[in-house]
Design a protein around this ligand. Structure first.
Ligand code: BG6
Length: 640
């Protein structure tokens, strides 16, 4: 889990006095996220003074042992430095542990004693926040047992239940889980966590859209060509193989986090910022997402699974099927890309493409809103006959910011255009501390604000979108898994999904990605910035022809991953690998291609088009000189 710049929650007041009961407290979540988030809240003076934590679990810990355990964990997972020693020692003195089985009623009677005692000692006014940090299979039972336990019989004050994901495994199980929880807990006491809604950048979508007058009039099918949502991860499944193998990326990331992002981006303006006003608008969007018919699933939903490969730093990664806990012939998808439509007046006919995957070439989450192009005819006869679309990019992680891409005239006598951008970065604009993203969620639950939590109808609506895809995928096993190497740019079919519509994924090229090509490493910031806006990623399958001898040269290629062979007919002239480039000769000397290039294995490349290449040559003579030098070394001069 990433650490994020957390909101300091402005001038907010501390949460209501309360007792936080963490069920399943000995697990990873408490150590990695909940304790660091509580510490950050305490540091920001947002934790109520009258507050205590009771951990509940099967483990036979005493209070002291549990405190020692979380104290060891916090040093590893705290997000701020220097570590807030004093605040932590004060906080940890308010942490207790209750050892028992949640299924055992006598345990609940004893727990009720401890909670009553703790409530009295810390004067928490009988308010109880229950956090279910257990495996999902226990959610139904625990929510019933807590509700029916003596804890509740003796209680005064409010009670709220926080439920972690995953909320259901499919539509039927989500409906059943909702039914079993709602039988004991009213909706307004339920707080279903989706940690993406705790991310500042996602929350800011609403602020951006509704507090700035210029965007809303453009936010519709008349001005927006399409939208792309990406959450790419470099991590593989790590220690979570057995969970993940039952889940897959559609359930793990898309059904919940990414559909929430889509709802924030596409909803109508709410009448107020009250939780239900916002959630009422979100449900309308999700309800309007067109349900895919089986033939549309086959056409508009791509799935992938990674094979062996390497992390961007070169560390080898095993194939998904060789990960611990994963079935040897697993058909679980670790990558998915979808094309969806929201059938409303606002969005009719605007494709919304979503993709997410594990073990990819870069960690990057962003939303790209691609506007319709300006009429190109005005520029015909100028060196810039081809125009680009304007793009508004919400960078969610690791960078956090908002970027607008447009075109500007290159200084000089001709009407030559170049891609440029304007960018707002959170780090420049705000003095904010790093956090886990859970601070705002816990704080909201303490204050009873359910805006950032999912509601029954929202959960079920998003499963309704995913279910037809799950149905087709389970009925029709994949035939080509694994279909992308770990560390690559994902399955080729994901690019084809957009290419079919005449579009391409907008890839955000971070500096570290450019750094994988040696010739870029020493580039000055203007050059790198220019490249990041100019280069276009592409992938080729093993055996695929990239260039053909005799054809005119329209672009050159930088090889980020994989190997290619340079051929004259069937005669091999050379083999190139990661970090090399090819295709520059025809551009440098304006000649047809002198040789063919074929992918020896699956390859990821960055493509530089002729007009951009020419500009690089002109503006960056040092780079031009090294390109020429390397070309001369490799092939001699073209006249020879
Ligand atoms: C979780 C998924 O919900 O989100 C994980 O279960 C995934 O598989 C994680 O890695 C990603 O969260 P973040 O905040 O790191 O983007």
């Amino acid at each position: 889990m990433d650490t994020l710049v957390s909101s300091t929650l402005g001038t907010a007041k501390p949460g209501d006095p309360c007792l936080l009961l963490i069920v399943g407290a000995a697990g990873d979540l408490t150590q990695r996220l909940l304790m660091p988030a509580l510490l950050n809240l305490a540091e920001d003076r947002l934790l109520p003074e009258r507050f205590a934590v009771v951990g509940f679990g099967l483990e036979p810990f005493t209070h002291e042992q549990f405190r020692a355990r979380v104290s060891a964990g916090i040093r590893q997972h705290a997000t701020r430095s220097p570590f807030a020693e004093e605040t932590w020692s004060e906080l940890v003195s308010r942490i207790y542990f209750f050892s028992g089985d949640c299924d055992d009623r006598s345990a609940h009677a004893r727990l009720a004693d401890l909670l009553a005692e703790t409530d009295l000692r810390h004067r928490t006014e009988g308010n109880l926040l229950v956090y279910m940090a257990t495996p999902p299979s226990l959610f139904g039972t625990i929510s019933r047992n807590v509700r029916q336990s003596p804890v509740m019989e003796r209680k005064r004050g409010w009670t709220r239940l926080i439920v972690e994901k995953p909320f259901g495994h499919d539509l039927a199980s989500a409906i059943e889980l909702n039914r079993s929880i709602l039988a004991h807990w009213p909706e307004d006491e339920l707080f279903r966590i989706d940690h993406y809604l705790g991310k500042e950048t996602i929350q800011n979508l609403l602020a951006f859209r509704f507090s700035n007058g210029i965007y809303e009039p453009l936010w519709n099918k008349n001005h927006i060509d399409h939208i792309q949502l990406t959450v790419a991860e470099t991590v593989a499944v790590e220690r979570r193989g057995s969970y993940y193998d039952r889940t897959g990326v559609l359930r793990d990331m898309i059904q919940n986090h990414m559909l929430q992002m889509l709802a924030h981006l596409c909803m109508e303006p709410p009448s107020s910022f009250s939780p239900d006003a916002i959630r009422n608008e979100k449900i309308k969007v999700l309800d309007a997402v067109r349900s895919l018919k089986p033939e549309e699933v086959r056409r508009d939903a791509v799935r992938g699974q990674y094979g062996p490969g390497a992390k961007p730093d070169g560390t080898p990664l095993p194939a998904y099927r060789d990960e611990p806990g994963v079935a040897a012939r697993s058909e679980t998808e670790t990558y998915a890309a979808l094309r969806l439509f929201v059938d409303t007046w606002r969005w009719e006919g605007v494709p919304i493409y979503l993709r997410s995957g594990k073990a990819l070439w870069k960690r990057s989450a962003e939303i790209v809103v691609v506007f319709r192009k300006a009429p190109e005819v005005v520029f015909s006869g100028t060196p810039s006959a081809r125009l680009d679309s304007n793009k508004l990019i919400f960078h969610i992680q690791p960078d956090q910011g908002i970027e607008f891409r447009f075109q500007a005239k290159v200084p000089g006598p001709s009407m030559t255009l170049q891609r440029v951008n304007m960018r707002f970065d959170y780090r420049d604009a705000f003095e904010a501390q790093r956090g886990t993203g859970y601070e705002v969620l816990i704080y909201s639950a303490m204050t009873g604000d359910s805006t950032l939590f999912s509601r029954t109808d929202l959960v079920e609506a998003s499963w309704r979108i995913a279910q037809p895809i799950l149905d087709v995928w389970s009925a029709e096993p994949p035939v080509d898994f694994p279909n992308y190497p770990a560390g690559s740019w994902g399955p080729k079919a994901a690019s084809e999904l957009l290419a079919r519509d005449g579009r391409a994924w907008v890839e955000i090229l971070h500096r570290d990605v450019l750094g994988r090509v040696p010739i870029f490493r020493s580039g000055n910031p203007t050059f790198l910035q220019n490249l990041a806006l100019t280069l276009e990623p592409a992938s080729f399958a093993a055996g695929e022809a990239i260039l053909t001898k005799g054809e005119p040269g329209r672009e050159m290629y930088f090889l980020c991953r994989g190997r290619v062979e340079i051929l004259d007919g069937e005669k091999k002239l050379n083999t190139l690998g990661s970090g090399d480039f090819f295709g520059e000769l025809a551009l440098l000397y304006s000649t047809p291609r002198r040789s063919s290039v074929r992918a020896l294995e699956s390859c990821d490349v960055l493509v530089l088009r002729t007009e951009d290449f020419m500009r690089v040559l002109k503006d960056h003579p040092d780079v031009a000189a090294s390109l020429q030098e390397i070309a001369r070394e490799r092939y001699g001069s073209p006249e020879q």
